[in-house]
Ligand binder design. Structure first.
Ligand code: SAM
Length: 282
């Protein structure tokens, strides 16, 4: 086990390298190493796994990952100031930590980290949701995703049907994966504190049947349904097809239902029905 206990406190690193937080990059740092250890532990057993961290910043969570069982850690950071500040951690990690400077929205995680791989990150809140959607698109490439977001986003990921938070993010996440809220983190845990509560979610891919709809078809159907979430589906789905009723019937969904009443299995049936309809249109 690697111990990084000899490294200076994160506050000293921030002062020494003058790492004032940049709002535009969603910078809210976790300086309590007990807390970063809890976030790393939420990822479960990382033995033999390459942990990918997005946005290491001054390196609190990075240290916890280096001290974990992970085989290696690859951290992607957009703000070049942190690359120099992390040099001590890189040296102490003795070859197990690599820093990649770049925009995680554009980096292909499968190219920078060998399988099995898992993402563990305190995400920049302004771009966290598009990052998650990008990883869901290729979820089978990951052992798990352990992510910190604003709590409101986590609520939308784990939401159940017939609740106000149930929407596109819940259906797509729960179709492809099991998603579980692990714990909440109050604003005071961060420096500087954000305005809202945060939470950690643990996401593990599901094994889908061979005839599962494509991501694109599912995304299309779910987006159309929730685009008009207040309307009955027979009206709301008009953006998708001229006559939604036969599709809804084929999917076993009442045409008077609203999108938020349809469970994930219902959306899968609807995506199949839509694909069958598209295929008959040539
Ligand atoms: N992991 C650190 C911690 O927990 O204290 C910092 C977390 S802070 C919420 C988000 C980090 O993501 C910052 O270091 C920020 O510079 C970085 N970041 C922002 N946008 C990014 C992007 N597109 N790609 C990679 N890193 C990004």
């Amino acid at each position: 086990m690697t111990s990084l206990a000899h490294l200076p406190p994160l506050r000293d690193v921030i002062a020494r390298f003058d790492l004032g937080a940049r709002k535009a990059l969603g910078q809210h740092f976790l300086l309590d190493l007990n807390l970063t250890a809890r976030v790393a532990a939420a990822a479960g057993d990382l033995a033999g796994v390459t942990a990918i961290e997005v946005g290491p910043g001054p390196g609190g969570l990075t240290r916890a990952l280096v001290e974990s069982d992970a085989k290696a850690v690859v951290a992607v950071e957009r703000d070049s100031r942190f690359v120099a500040a992390l040099a001590d951690v890189v040296a102490a990690a003795a070859g197990r930590l690599t820093i990649v400077e770049g925009d995680a929205l554009e980096v292909d995680m499968t190219a920078i980290a060998p399988a099995p791989r898992a993402i563990v990150a305190n995400l920049p809140y302004n771009v966290g949701t598009p990052m998650l959607v990008g990883w869901l698109r290729q979820i089978q490439e990951f052992r798990s995703l352990t992510l910190m977001f604003q709590k409101e986003v986590v609520d939308r990921i784990v939401a159940k049907p017939r609740t106000k938070d149930y929407g596109r993010l819940a259906v797509m996440s729960q179709w492809l994966a099991d998603a579980r809220l692990v714990f909440d983190i109050p604003p005071q845990a961060f420096s500087p504190p954000p305005k809202v509560m945060s939470a950690v979610v643990h996401i593990t891919p599901r094994i889908l049947p061979a005839d599962a709809p494509s991501f694109k078809d599912m995304e299309r159907v779910v987006a159309a349904a929730f685009n008009q979430r207040r309307k009955m589906l027979r009206a709301g789905l008009k953006g998708l097809v001229a006559q939604p009723e036969p599709l809804l019937e084929a999917a076993g969904i009442l045409p008077t239902s609203r999108a938020e009443e349809v469970d994930v299995a219902g959306f899968v049936r609807l995506a199949h029905a839509w694909r069958a309809h598209q295929d008959t249109q040539g």
